[in-house]
Design a protein around this ligand. Structure first.
Ligand code: ZN
Length: 304
């Protein structure tokens, strides 16, 4: 049975849930409150996914209604959000870069994580805000100095859709040698809608798409990745400790605005980001006002 882990409720008050097929084939939401307070590293590291499967099989989880509830990011705020750059050859080419021989690694602050349907702020002075659909890895077991790629595989709890929003003027001309300024903006890592267990999905050949106002921008496959998820986790573990609940985003395929083929994100634009089997995000963009702390928690229907 394929499970989808989700967090339902207002930002900061999300409740853990799982979506599973009932015997009649319909998808239903079940509360995980009896098993955990949240979908976080502690839950994943204590075999939470398998305990959920057992509880569902024993019909121990109460069905709940998700009607009208916000879907948050499917994992509680991680300790780290690690990102891989230029992991698709065609995207490296459109960015004017050579495909890397070892993974290009950068970090995003964990406070950039946003819900998959939250209204999304464009920074006040930004003119080059850009999308990046990415396969996100969620870590389920500590990864440190791993000796093999198969050990790394066992550290992956599951996968989700991520958008690695990037401000290109801050990332490249204003970067002073590294990308942090263009990759740290409030709300710049929408994650979800679901966390799908690694045992329930094969990530070798999944279609990834971005649509802007219904028009296709990115449309590729994870089969074009240069470094696959387990190779990435093995590599990262030589340089840092990945902890349960951490998120690793694995790079974006071609079709970003940086290529010059498309306009950058404008206020009022609607972005949809989709990965086969992992669901579809949808964000409406608005201009954050100078002086506002972030604008990242504006309700989805607002045009603030
Ligand atoms: Zn990226």
């Amino acid at each position: 049975m394929t499970l989808k882990f989700a967090r339902l409720g207002t930002a900061g008050n999300e409740q853990p849930a799982v979506i599973a097929q009932d015997t009649d084939g319909s998808e239903k939401y079940y509360s995980l409150a009896a098993l955990t307070n949240d979908i976080d590293g502690g839950f994943l590291a204590s075999d939470g996914i398998e305990r959920t499967r057992t509880a569902l099989n024993n019909r121990e989880l109460p069905e709940i209604s998700a009607d009208g509830l916000r879907l948050g990011a499917p994992i509680a705020r991680p300790g780290a959000v690690v990102a891989i750059g230029l992991n698709y050859a065609a995207h490296a080419a459109e960015s004017g870069a050579t495909p890397p021989e070892v993974p290009v690694v950068f970090l995003k602050p964990s406070n950039t994580i946003a819900g998959p349907f939250d209204a999304a702020p464009i920074p006040p002075s930004s003119e080059k805000y850009d999308w990046e659909v990415e396969l996100a890895i969620v870590i389920g077991r500590e990864a440190s100095y791993l000796s093999s790629v198969s050990e790394a595989e066992a550290c992956i709890a599951g996968y989700a859709v991520a958008n690695d929003l990037s401000e290109r003027d801050y990332q490249i001309p204003g970067a002073a040698g590294q990308w942090t300024k263009g990759k740290s903006l409030p709300g710049s890592t929408p994650l979800g809608p679901w966390l799908v267990p690694a045992s329930d999905i094969n990530t070798g050949n999944l279609r990834l798409q971005t649509l802007v106002n219904g028009e296709s921008r990115q449309d590729s496959s994870t089969s074009d990745m240069i470094f696959d998820p387990a190779t990435i986790v093995h590599h990262l573990s030589q340089y840092m400790v990945l902890e349960p609940g951490d998120v690793v985003i694995t790079g974006t395929p071609e079709g970003v605005a940086l290529s010059g083929r498309f306009p950058f994100i404008q206020p009022g634009d609607v972005l949809e980001l989709d990965i086969e089997g992992l669901g579809r995000q949808r964000q409406e963009y608005f201009r954050a006002e100078a002086g506002s702390r972030s604008g990242a928690s504006v309700p989805a229907h607002s045009n603030a």
